[in-house]
Design a protein around this ligand. Structure first.
Ligand SMILES: Nc1ncnc2c1ncn2[C@@H]1O[C@H](COP(=O)(O)OP(=O)(O)O)[C@@H](O)[C@H]1O
Ligand SMILES: [Mg+2]
Length: 313
């Protein structure tokens, strides 16, 4: 059996709109570990998740997960997948235990098996103390955990989570990362986010989507090798006579200048900036820089020239 997720020229055009939410997306990755799809709002992440989770049919193209065709064999695939949609919330007047139980019963488990699985899953997510509290009384982070507990309780070995950490405070988000990395050890976890730090922390593989196109896909190391610079400098203002000999100067919508460059040049520029009294930071190139660079390169090639202010705008 092929243990892969394969997409071939997946395209989605909604209704009579001309915009392609997905534009001929093709890739093939092992269906194991954690795959993180990153991209700005409106780039097509949710559309791709919904197609792969059999909630939506593509306009054209095809996809298979572990050899099962997403469009032709949705029933067969549904037994193996579980999804937490973007912005989903547990039903307010139910408790976490009732939420997980009803999901399991709906998936066809017997009452006793559902009870056992629900308790186990709630414990795993440290929701034991809240099992019988109404969902509406729980914090945003705990509400998300309830939904993750539901998918985790099932037998599904492919889990889709569409922006599970959006809107969470930084502490809850980090707690969530532990949960997600645990899940990723046993099941293929397909995650979307616009927090690039999250992708950097969790992903075995990362896909970059922009304007419905898959710009790049690979491990963090593979993506790093897409650009030849290894230092990123950020400065609030740019002295008029600053010359960058070996590097790329990128200016965001927020007016911040980012210079991607090589080690020696980074040190030379640092000295110049210090002389001029310009404040700056210097760091190894992060996924945020890579994203910024690749998306800009792609939009230049496409000739739409849309400058991006921040990776997540
Ligand atoms: N149900 C829909 N009907 C029409 N257009 C849609 C629908 N869902 C998404 N879109 C459009 O498709 C594009 C991609 O959206 P989406 O997949 O939600 O992106 P993301 O999840 O990356 O924010 C956007 O231009 C969005 O406005
Ligand atoms: Mg979305």
């Amino acid at each position: 059996m092929s243990v892969q997720l394969v997409c071939e020229k997946l395209t989605k055009i909604y209704g009579n709109r001309k915009i392609k939410a997905l534009d001929s997306v093709s890739f093939s990755i092992p269906s194991s570990g954690i795959f993180v799809l990153i991209g700005r709002n409106g780039s097509g992440k949710t559309t791709l998740v919904r197609i792969l989770a059999t909630e939506l049919e593509p306009t054209s193209g095809s996809a298979t997960i572990n050899g099962i065709d997403v469009v032709k064999e949705p029933q067969k695939l549904r037994e193996k997948i579980a999804i937490v949609p973007q912005e989903a919330r547990p039903i307010p007047w139910m408790t976490p235990r009732q939420t997980v139980l009803s999901y399991l019963l709906w998936r066809g488990f017997s009452v006793s098996e559902a009870k056992r699985r629900a308790t186990e899953s709630l414990e795993k997510l440290k929701l034991g103390d809240y099992s019988d509290t109404l969902n509406r009384m729980l914090s945003g982070g705990l509400k998300r955990k309830v939904l993750v507990a539901t998918v985790l309780s099932s037998e599904a070995d492919i889990i889709f989570l569409d922006e599970p950490t959006t809107g969470l405070d930084p502490i809850s988000r980090r707690e969530f990362w532990d949960v997600l990395s645990e899940i990723g050890k046993k099941r293929f976890t397909f995650l979307t986010t616009h927090y690039l730090e999250e992708a950097e922390q969790l992903a075995d593989r990362i896909g970059i989507l922009d304007c419905g196109r898959l710009i790049n896909i690979g491990t963090l190391d593979e993506l790093r090798h897409k650009i030849r610079y290894n230092y990123s400098m950020k400065l609030l203002s740019r002295p008029p006579d600053l010359e960058v000999k070996d590097g790329e100067v990128l200016t965001g919508k927020d007016g911040q200048t980012r210079i991607l460059t090589v080690e020696e040049e980074a040190f030379r520029i640092s000295r110049e900036l210090s002389k001029e009294g310009v404040k700056f930071t210097i760091n190894p190139v992060s996924l945020d820089d890579i994203f910024f660079y690749l998306v800009r390169q792609e939009s230049q090639e496409r000739g739409d020239g849309s400058a991006i202010g921040a990776a997540t705008e």
